[in-house]
Design a protein around this ligand. Structure first.
Ligand SMILES: Cc1cc2nc3c(=O)[nH]c(=O)nc-3n(C[C@H](O)[C@H](O)[C@H](O)COP(=O)(O)OP(=O)(O)OC[C@H]3O[C@@H](n4cnc5c(N)ncnc54)[C@H](O)[C@@H]3O)c2cc1C
Length: 411
């Protein structure tokens, strides 16, 4: 048989695409997932009564109302708690609310003054043009003092590469800093909550973890998923695509990292080289038990003396989880087992890294593959720092571009 669509990858992108095609009445759809279970980065495990999102901190928040409609159409809004985000930054032995620049007044006076000088003298405020790589961009945006104690070490820790190897074209959504407003916040010793850049609040399931959302979307398409089926080859065969030399489809949607398919005959040498230049990092998520008094949902920890870069206080967003559970995210390059963790899981593909030239490379891949009926979609298929809500939104857009308007309600 010839499938209408084969979807590579059973994470939220692939499963959402399958569900949207099903809602549009497309019947011959097959999802191929390499792992023994679907879910990708949106999986949750329960360990000793602790709800652990094994892909790291996962919260539902979107600027796209249609994404909320889609999610709540599968899992009613009444099954979520809503939280105003409480996240903090631990810098030079002190803690402030996020974002740092709006909350400098929470630091000891001398440090606050140094940081305010740093941000006031930033290149952006002085009208200097935006630099071409991430390290210079951080210095231009926040000044050297904040760059050196917060943003540069934090980014080195999370990405696992130097900021000077990273591009700036993924940062265009970050608003211009209002230096007068930052100074006003210091004077009034209060941040304007409206200045919170993104993610000011979020939804989290009342039962279980983030995977509940994924499971609700996946339930109606379970029958069209094959697990333990890694795709390693795609080739053109007449007017169809042949997957792993045996499965035929009119079109393929790829949500998996492109390098897992790079040996496929469908790629020309230039595309293969572009794929080889795309880089990603690996993040270890480790579960710990500690008594914590904080009300924060999570804490950013830029200090190089700590291996991890973020901690999540589970009980504060999942009150149904056991007491004292927290988890940490650590780049695999910095990870060392045996730090009191109850459990640890490595995400082999965590973040696509926007290294210099990444946008040119992924565009070249997509320009080559789309006319062949092979469509890249989601965090890996489009190689962008997309959260799951954006993956869902991108799936909606692709399915529409492919000519399938959903004709049935989601639930
Ligand atoms: C630390 C961290 C924090 C995050 N926080 C949030 C958050 O708060 N909110 C939010 O909405 N999002 C968050 N995200 C992003 C979110 O996890 C992703 O956007 C989303 O899960 C990506 O889904 P995906 O299906 O595109 O990719 P994945 O979940 O990676 O799924 C890809 C799937 O493809 C499979 N696969 C790989 N290669 C092959 C192959 N060759 N053949 C077949 N299958 C293959 C994999 O096994 C996997 O199941 C976070 C991510 C990380 C890493």
């Amino acid at each position: 048989m010839t499938y209408d669509y084969i979807i590579i990858g059973g994470g939220i992108t692939g499963i959402t695409a399958a569900r949207l095609l099903q809602l549009a009445g497309v019947e011959r759809v097959l999802v191929l997932e390499a792992a023994p279970e679907i879910g990708g980065l949106c999986r949750t495990r329960e360990i000793n009564g602790h709800v652990l999102d094994t892909g790291g901190g996962h919260f539902l928040c979107t600027k796209h109302p249609e994404v909320y409609d889609f999610v709540f159409g599968h899992m009613p809004k009444s099954e979520f708690n809503y939280f105003n985000r409480v996240s903090r930054i631990e810098v030079e032995g002190c803690e402030t609310d996020y974002p740092l620049e709006s909350n400098l007044w929470q630091l000891p006076a001398a440090l606050a003054a140094e940081y305010l000088r740093s941000v006031s003298a930033n290149g952006e405020a002085r009208g200097l043009p935006a630099p071409a790589h991430f390290e210079d961009w951080i210095r231009w945006k926040l000044g050297d003092r904040i760059a050196e104690t917060y943003m540069l070490p934090y980014n080195r820790k999370i990405w696992g590469v130097s900021a000077s190897e990273m591009d700036v074209d993924w940062l265009h959504k970050i608003p211009r800093l209002d230096v007068a407003q930052i100074a006003r916040a210091c004077e009034q010793r209060a941040a304007d909550r409206a200045q919170m850049p993104s993610h000011a609040g979020f939804y989290y399931p009342k039962v279980g973890g983030f995977q509940r959302i994924f499971d609700a979307i996946a339930a109606p398409v379970r029958d069209c998923i094959a697990t333990r089926t890694a795709v390693s080859s795609i080739e053109r065969s007449g007017d169809t695509l042949l997957v792993n030399g045996r499965l035929r489809a009119r079109a393929v949607i790829n949500t998996a990292p492109w390098h897992t398919l790079a040996a496929s005959p469908v790629f020309d040498p230039a595309t293969r080289e572009a794929i080889a230049r795309l880089r990603h990092n690996q993040i270890v998520v480790s579960l710990h038990e500690e008594n914590y008094g904080t009300d924060a949902h999570w804490l950013y920890q830029p200090s190089e003396s700590l291996r991890h870069h973020r901690s999540f206080f589970i009980k504060n967003f999942a009150p149904h989880s056991a007491a004292g559970g927290l988890y940490r995210e650590t780049n695999l390059k910095r990870w060392q087992a045996g730090q009191g963790e109850l459990y640890a899981e490595t995400n082999e593909h965590a973040y696509p890294i926007p290294t210099l030239g990444w946008a040119r490379d992924i565009s070249a891949v997509l320009r080559h593959t789309a006319p062949l009926g092979l469509h890249g979609l989601g965090r890996w298929g489009q190689w962008q720092y997309f959260n799951s809500d954006v993956c869902i939104h991108e799936a909606m857009q692709l399915v529409q571009r492919l000519g399938h308007a959903p004709h049935r309600a989601a639930a």
